[in-house]
Design a protein around this ligand. Structure first.
Ligand code: ZN
Length: 225
C-alpha cells in the first residue's frame, strides 16, 4: 500500500483491534489503514469540511453531505481552527479599513458584532474580534494594525475609534469604507451562519470564532496533504 500523503510505499505494522491490517509510513511517520470503518478518519475529510464550510454550507449540511456525525464536524472545525496561527504581516505604510458587522448569536442579544481590519490594497484580513463596540473591544483589532505603522486607517464615525487611533492617520466617513462594506457581503454569502433574514445563526461565540478563523486564515493550513 502507498501512503496517501506522500505516495511512498508503506510497511505493514501489526493489526488494529478490529483485525484490519495497519500500515506505517516511514517518511510521514504516521499509521494508516487501507479502508476505514468510520468515514471521518479518511485523510481527505478535513479538507472537505473546510471547502464545504467556506462555500455556504452549515454544520448540518456538511454532516449530511459527507455522511459523518454532526458533532464530529463540529469537533473537526474546532480542532482545525486551533491549529491556525494568524499569518505575520510585514506590509508597512499601507492603508487599512476597519468596520463592524452585525451578527446574530444565540444568547448574545441584539448588540453583537464582528469587527475586523482589512488591507485596502490586498484585502488581507489583519485581525478580528466578536463582541460589542466598546473601545476595549475594538482595540483588539486596532492594535495589531497600529503595529504595522499604517499610512491611513479608515473607519466610520464611531466615538470609540477616536479614542484609540492617533488623529493624524485616522480618517472617518461612510464613503471611505467601501472595500470593507463589500467584504461584509462576501462574508454573508460564503458563510451560512451569517446569512441575513434566515433561521441560520451561530449557537455560540466559540463556534462562530472557529468558523471565522478558518475562513480568514484557513489557507495557511496544509489540508490537502
Ligand atoms: Zn507518507
Amino acid at each position: 500500500m502507498n501512503c496517501k500523503k506522500c505516495k511512498n510505499k508503506c510497511i505493514k505494522n501489526g493489526f488494529q483491534i478490529n483485525a484490519k491490517q495497519r500500515f506505517y509510513c516511514k517518511y510521514c511517520k504516521i499509521s494508516l489503514q487501507c479502508t476505514y470503518a468510520y468515514k471521518a478518519y479518511n485523510l481527505s475529510t478535513n479538507y472537505q469540511v473546510y471547502c464545504l464550510l467556506i462555500n455556504s454550507c452549515g454544520i448540518n449540511d456538511i454532516s449530511r453531505i459527507l455522511n459523518i456525525a454532526r458533532n464530529t464536524v463540529k469537533r473537526r472545525i474546532f480542532l482545525l481552527s486551533k491549529h491556525i496561527r494568524i499569518p505575520l504581516n510585514n506590509t508597512y505604510n499601507e492603508s487599512y479599513e476597519i468596520d463592524e458587522m452585525h451578527v446574530k448569536v444565540l444568547g448574545m442579544g441584539k448588540h453583537c458584532y464582528i469587527s475586523y481590519a482589512i488591507n485596502r490594497k490586498t484585502k488581507a484580513v489583519i485581525n478580528f474580534c466578536i463582541g460589542g463596540k466598546s473601545a476595549v473591544q475594538l482595540a483588539k483589532v486596532v492594535n495589531p494594525v497600529l503595529l504595522l505603522h499604517p499610512k491611513r486607517i479608515y473607519t466610520e464615525k464611531l466615538a470609540s475609534y477616536k479614542r484609540i487611533i492617533p488623529e493624524h492617520i485616522h480618517k472617518t466617513g461612510k464613503s471611505l469604507t467601501n472595500h470593507i462594506e463589500r467584504y461584509h457581503l462576501t462574508l454573508r454569502t460564503h458563510l451560512k451562519c451569517l446569512s441575513r433574514k434566515t433561521i441560520c445563526y451561530s449557537k455560540s461565540i466559540k463556534s462562530l470564532e472557529a468558523i471565522l478563523r478558518l475562513y480568514f486564515f484557513g489557507h495557511t493550513l496544509n489540508l490537502r496533504g
